[in-house]
Design a protein around this ligand. Structure first.
Ligand SMILES: [Zn+2]
Length: 712
């Protein structure tokens, strides 16, 4: 499963549901977690900051993040700075895995939309053969393609609804296709098709909003069958929920269910086949063979545990058998230490209305050595932090061990994981494997950073003055990382139950407030130590005083105001992390002089006036929260959240929503991935791999489909 990006920036560690401790994050506007939405608002810059595609012209060392805006979508460049620091062997490994990621991405386009590939090829061919075509039609095609590229289909990730082509019509598109073909365009013509009949075949998909309007419709409003109402291609024409319920699937994760010539359901397995075991080829055999070829080229450069995982996945792609997929899951989880890693397979099931079939995806990533060092430094000092917690010794652990989670940089994400990307991933999804072998959790650090850098306007809107904005720009990413890591590595691992409650599960005592209290406690650990000279001593912060102020301001902006935008209805906070953040801010406001509510031009601001007082109050509140937890004080915990965490002022919420509306933030964002280029020696051997950044979704997608060359 994955953690989508949902709110303003997000620094989330995606830990699975069902894992006890933390499902999330720590920080202010930047940490959100929401399992329901698949991907959320990206909060790139408001109108004032929106950079044109040629954002390169920005200040010299400033590299562009937000490249452009296409309707409600932001397009952001992803950077993988640590790639240069990998060994040559690792770079070669990444190169082959990157190729494997590109080789399978068209599987996912076909899974999302039956006409998807033909539509893409028609439109891209017109785009690269514009001679003699009406420029307005070319622009309409380009605009439509950008939405298609970001979503691997005509369907928006966020709403599952279809985009239609605007600014042209079927007649103009037919003329464009005909002219392009005359200039050498290779159109995806079926047998006996002409450019005109091709466009006629695709026209309902392209222009008719009522034709296959939704990719995944789990609960059709008119009560019709979910499989019939959904455009995804896992189920053939006429196949209904009742049909599937009455059918026993052998390949639940990896097959299409279609009606055979005899009218009975049959499974089209996604596999290449394996002649020596008499396993016939299935659907997507060509694409999977290409993926396998690259995975096999990668193996000589992989670590031993990774080789085992890659070999297991190759076998699964050939046989399609569940047992082989389980073997891959197990081998993948066992590979917990390789610097470079990949996810390549039929993984997430969000596109299937039944939640069974896996969308194809691939990610290639490496552990960011600098961030790994940061987490390690914190974890290595877990006992020091425990000993210096501002709560009674009675509730401290004598021996504490920091928890580690991996922070990674992504080099490429395709299929179900890109260009719209999660910010955290926890796999495998197979519960039986998780219980027996565990799982791997990663936080996509460079994705989070890019979201962070692409935004900006919300800070300006909710910060009291320029100095606060400047502090946020200077410290935002760093304190965000630190708070997350302190929360995860130290916070959740700290503290012990009272002597009377040893061995008692806190949730049996604290009930519905267990999670909110635990998340608040962990946030407070991060907030309390943020200002501690120890962080400077460890080399984590060179100016803890200013950094802490930036961290507190960020936390307060979110906890008191910004997060309210997500609760359009009612006046109660249900979600545990949101509840804990408001509790922390409102308690500190009530019990110290650290926070002042101010008003200017009809707008509300929460200003941190004294970082030292904030820290002192955070320490007192941490002691209170730890005591409530250790003693299992149900009533005390309930009172705390009822007073400070649960309810909010609807007028303030309305104000926040109105202020956001003016910022015109994108509903979601897609990422342009880094470009890898192989360098060959005189004998044609792979000598090196270079990384660069296309800064254009159009350039990248045309390179990937072979219709454009990378510049030299
Ligand atoms: Zn947590």
């Amino acid at each position: 499963m994955r953690t989508p990006k949902t709110a303003p920036l997000a620094l989330t560690l995606a830990l699975a549901a069902g894992l006890s401790a933390c499902i999330v994050l720590v920080d202010a506007e930047h940490h959100e977690h929401d399992r329901d939405a698949r991907s959320g608002s990206a909060e790139p810059a408001g109108p004032a900051q929106v950079a044109p595609p040629a954002a390169v012209e920005a200040a010299e060392e400033e590299r562009p993040y937000l490249l452009e805006r296409v309707d409600e979508v932001g397009i952001i460049q992803l950077y993988a700075d640590g790639f240069e620091g990998l060994s040559l062997r690792e770079k070669k490994l990444v190169w082959h895995l990157y190729q494997a990621a590109l080789a399978g991405r068209e599987i996912y386009m076909q899974q999302r939309c039956a006409e998807g590939l033909d539509i893409r090829d028609l439109c891209e061919e017109i785009l690269v053969h514009p001679e003699g075509v009406d420029p307005a039609t070319v622009e309409a095609v380009r605009h439509y393609l950008k939405l298609f590229w970001i979503n691997n289909s005509p369907y928006a990730y966020t709403t599952a609804r279809k985009y239609v082509m605007k600014g042209t019509d079927a007649a103009a598109l037919t003329a464009a296709a005909t002219t392009a073909a005359a200039h050498g365009a290779h159109l995806p013509l079926a047998a006996d098709e002409t450019p005109a009949t091709l466009v006629a075949r695709l026209a309902p998909m392209l222009f008719d909003p009522a034709y296959k309007p939704i990719v995944t419709d789990k609960n059709p409003r008119d009560g019709s069958d979910p499989l019939q109402s959904s455009a995804m291609t896992y189920y053939g024409p006429g196949v209904t929920m009742a049909d599937v319920d009455a059918f026993e699937e052998h390949y639940q994760l990896n097959s299409n269910l279609v009606r055979g010539a005899d009218g009975k359901l049959t499974e089209q397995v996604w596999r290449t086949g394996l002649a020596e075991e008499n396993i016939p080829a299935g659907l997507y055999a060509d694409e999977l063979n290409a993926v396998i070829g690259h995975l096999e080229e990668a193996m000589p450069f992989a670590t031993a545990p990774m080789q085992k995982a890659l070999a297991a996945q190759v076998r699964f792609y050939r046989t399609g058998e569940r047992a082989d997929r389980v073997a891959y899951d197990v081998a993948w989880v066992a590979d917990g230490h390789s610097t470079v890693d990949t996810i390549n397979g039929f993984i997430e099931v969000y596109v299937d209305p039944r939640g069974k079939k896996g969308g194809w995806e691939s990610l290639v990533f490496y552990e960011d050595p600098k961030k790994a060092e940061l987490i390690k430094k914190i974890a290595d000092n877990a006992q020091w932090f425990e000993d210096h917690m501002p709560f009674p010794d009675l509730y401290k652990k004598k021996k504490v061990k920091g928890v580690t989670a991996r922070s990674i940089d992504v080099v490429v994400e395709t299929g179900d994981s890109g260009p719209v990307t999660p910010i955290g991933i926890n796999l495998p999804n197979d519960n039986a494997v998780r219980e027996q072998y565990g799982s791997k959790s990663v936080s996509l650090a460079n994705v989070i950073e890019a979201y962070d850098k692409a935004s900006g306007s919300t800070v300006a809107e909710f910060a009291w003055d320029e100095a606060e904005v400047a502090r946020s720009e200077k410290w935002g990413s760093l304190v965000g990382d630190l708070l997350t890591n302190m929360h995860e590595v130290i916070g959740h691992a700290s503290g012990r139950m009272s002597d009377e409650n040893q061995g008692v599960d806190p949730s049996s005592l604290l009930k519905e407030n267990t999670s909110a209290l635990e998340e608040g406690r962990s946030d407070l650990v991060g907030l309390y130590f943020m200002m501690d000279p120890k962080l400077k001593e460890l080399g984590l912060l060179d100016d803890p005083e200013e950094a802490a102020l930036a961290a507190y301001e960020r936390y307060v902006r979110n906890g008191a105001m910004q997060q309210l935008r997500r609760i359009a209805e009612g006046n109660q906070i249900e979600e545990d992390h949101m509840r804990n953040r408001q509790m922390v801010v409102r308690w500190i406001e009530a019990h110290s002089t650290a926070i002042e509510e101010r008003h200017r031009d009809g707008k509300t601001y929460f200003v941190v006036t004294d970082a030292g007082a904030f820290r002192e109050a955070a320490g007192r509140l941490l002691a209170l929260c730890q005591t409530l937890k250790s003693t299992g004080d149900y009533q005390g915990t309930k009172d705390l959240f009822d007073t400070y965490g649960r309810n909010f002022d609807e007028a303030l919420r309305d104000e926040v929503i109105a202020r956001y509306a003016k910022l015109d933030t994108p509903a979601y964002s897609g990422f342009v991935q880094p470009r890898l280029t192989p360098v060959y020696d005189a004998n044609g051997g792979l000598a090196d791999v270079e990384i660069s950044y296309p800064l254009s979704i159009e350039q990248q997608m045309l390179e990937w489909s072979g219709r454009a060359q990378a510049p030299n």
